[in-house]
Design a binder for this molecule. Sequence first.
Ligand code: URA
Length: 191
Amino acid sequence: MKENWKELENSIIDCKKCKLCMTRTNIVFGTGNKNADLMMIGEGPGADEDKQGIPFVGRAGKLMDKAFEGLGLKRDEVYIANVVKCRPPQNRVPEDDEVKACLDYLRNQVILVNPKIIVLLGSTALKNILGKEYGITQARGKWIEKKGIMYMPTWHPAALLRDENKKIEFWKDLREVIKKYEEIKENKNGK
Ligand code: URA
């Protein structure tokens, strides 16, 4: 466990803990508000993210940005990270050994951000953070509380590109998230 961002960022700079280091262009660590009450967790970088070193900047990310915009949420208000920090070749699902090697970085990010709400984007985030017993189709749209954090599993934005119904459900889930997020903000401001 690294006690601060500088130490954590330094510890990942030259990471060779798994085979994804051999094919990556950039490590995609995370982006956004490091003190956010709301954190989004995806699967792993795609081609655009690998090129730029920033999560969710490709097609799926643009769709997520659109949803944020529609819901009045600024992208830089939240913290965004992925289960694995390096792109799996051909955008395949990260393998268990890769997740195992990488997950401590994400755990450390969660501890440092200390969010109240975490949105789990898709099956990989759900299963690797809350447990393999969860399935995204069943779990999406329902709050799960663990160790003082409220988790909302929902579809991965890439899935929305292929299915209009999922887009509707994604928006519905994010609306729930924003409702709770606003409540937390109001409580903080003592309203
Ligand atoms: N998909 C993800 O899961 N994460 C990204 O950063 C981009 C696409």
